[in-house]
Ligand binder design. Sequence first.
Ligand code: DX5
Ligand code: ZN
Length: 217
Amino acid sequence: MIKIGPSIIAGDFSKLKENLKKAEKSKVDFLHVDIMDGVFVKNITFGPMIVEAISKLTKIPLYVHLMIVEPLRYIKEFSEIKGVELISFHYEATEKVSKTIKEIKKNNKKTGIAINPETPWEYIKKFLKSVDEVLVMSVHPGFSGQKFISHVLGKIEKLKEYKLKNKLNFEIAVDGGLNKETIPIALKSGAETLCIGSYFFKDKKSANFLNSIKNVR
Ligand code: DX5
Ligand code: ZN
């Protein structure tokens, strides 16, 4: 079953309530929440305080995507927010990958490991048995509205092959530049979870298209 989640930073934050309503109406599976620190990525978004506020406005499970250095420092704080179901962090952002995975599990959240477009999937091979999700970045993290980087498709295929061969449970999520053209090719390569920003919030026709792929969901 394919899962779909809108990336809330692509919406207009002055209309947060309306955006959450739109997500609820579209029966999305989760809300993708991007946390950026201005160090791991150039952009700065927001921290636990705003995530908590969002969680009070919706029942949609929150999937937090940490684009911050040394994510271990903040796992507990994000875990304490009711409504947070999954926390993913970047492999590139820490030397303490195993420790960070353990900390997320200890706090009873689903674990995601994210990799940048240029990071080979083999680098995270040894962690694949311990995570619930691999978040394959299909844009350079930092901003929504960028163009899909198609060379990540090969990586998605390889991850899928490895997962099936080894009977592992992690889900393959794709994040960045997904739209009517790129969603079908991502799905064909093996994507199982789609994080959709600009296309979800800014393209009026996206609801129809996303409904049409519900058969595969
Ligand atoms: C990029 C973020 C993505 C982004 C997706 O750093 O992690 O989640 O908001 O937005 P679109 O779909 O517009 O690329
Ligand atoms: Zn993201």
